[in-house]
Design a protein around this ligand. Sequence first.
Ligand SMILES: [Zn+2]
Length: 392
Amino acid sequence: MTEKTYQKERYRKELEAKVVRTEGADVILDRTIFAPDSGGQPWDLGTLGGYPLKSVTEKGDEIIHTLDSEAEASALKPGDSVKLVLDWQRRFDHMQNHLGEHILSGIFKSVYNLDNKGFHLGDTDGTFDLDTLELTDEMIRDVENRANQAVYDAIPVQVDLLRSAEDARKYPLRKELKVEEDIIVVSVPGVDCVACCCPHLSDTSQIGIIKITGTEKYKQLTRVHFKCGWRALRDYQQKHVDVTVLSERYSADEFTLLDKIEKVENKNERIRREYNDFKTASALAKARELVSGGTQVACAGIEGADMDYLRTITKKMSELAEMPAVLYSDAALCVLLTAPEGSPVQCGKLVKTLAEGGRGGGSPTQAQAVFQEAEAMKTFAEKAAAAMRESL
Ligand SMILES: [Zn+2]
């Protein structure tokens, strides 16, 4: 049995322990300050006898410390005294976010009767799943405010070790008990009370900011994303930088920024529509010019065009006449071949057989080729137009 020193001395950062035995890369000690993964919270990290920990898990009444390799573990012999050094920054981050989750869950339960169905703490993001699909912005804001009030109230966290479930059930537990004996009940009086064996902060003020950062539908539940303490501060710092940059870019302050962005977006949308109308009119004029050129096959370079514009021109041409076309653009170094349905012209084949120095392909009625050099592109365009004329 491993003595779980982390449960009693939650702020202890170093400890001397004795090696009980090793198994492969696993080390079992008589006591430990490293908390294993538990209920969605990842394990502590740090060093054991100078070796970095890879993972910490609980198996029966023992805590298994896994090192990077068997060679490292086998250097430790039963009875050896080893120094345990906790990665305190990671632990404190876990404790801030874990207790923050207790408080949020306690308030969601007591105020809105919503149950937390699953908790997960990642390296940058924490989540829990509520048994509802109807979580409103007002509810989120209300719970956030109440949670942060609990932080400002600096409520001492009460941790009680109870021998039996009967004793534990005398507490106003938020969740059903999963074990029958040796139960740790963690209470934030007036806010939350739940059985939990992770290490906790001694009072709520150390959590710092509690912030819900987003929600999403997850199965039949709502997944709530949150950040507490240093994570929440870093999040605020990053968002402050983003808002400052945007404010400068849009010449607005944080209160008028969204309105300003909306105005600019509306203006851009109007310009985009006008531009498209203009482009369509210009493509139609070009198409008219090409179909009335007195040739069987239209072959022309279109200045400054992209592939999309070439396509618009050929589409307009097809509405005016049944005429194969070879259009190219110096700007985009591309060639577009089109032919009416049922025409003997095979656009795709022409690209395959004639497009030297280019790559592309397509169907009998439409094909395209892209080139590295303008010269090769023009040579191909002329050859393709000549082949089209021959096949008619
Ligand atoms: Zn807990």
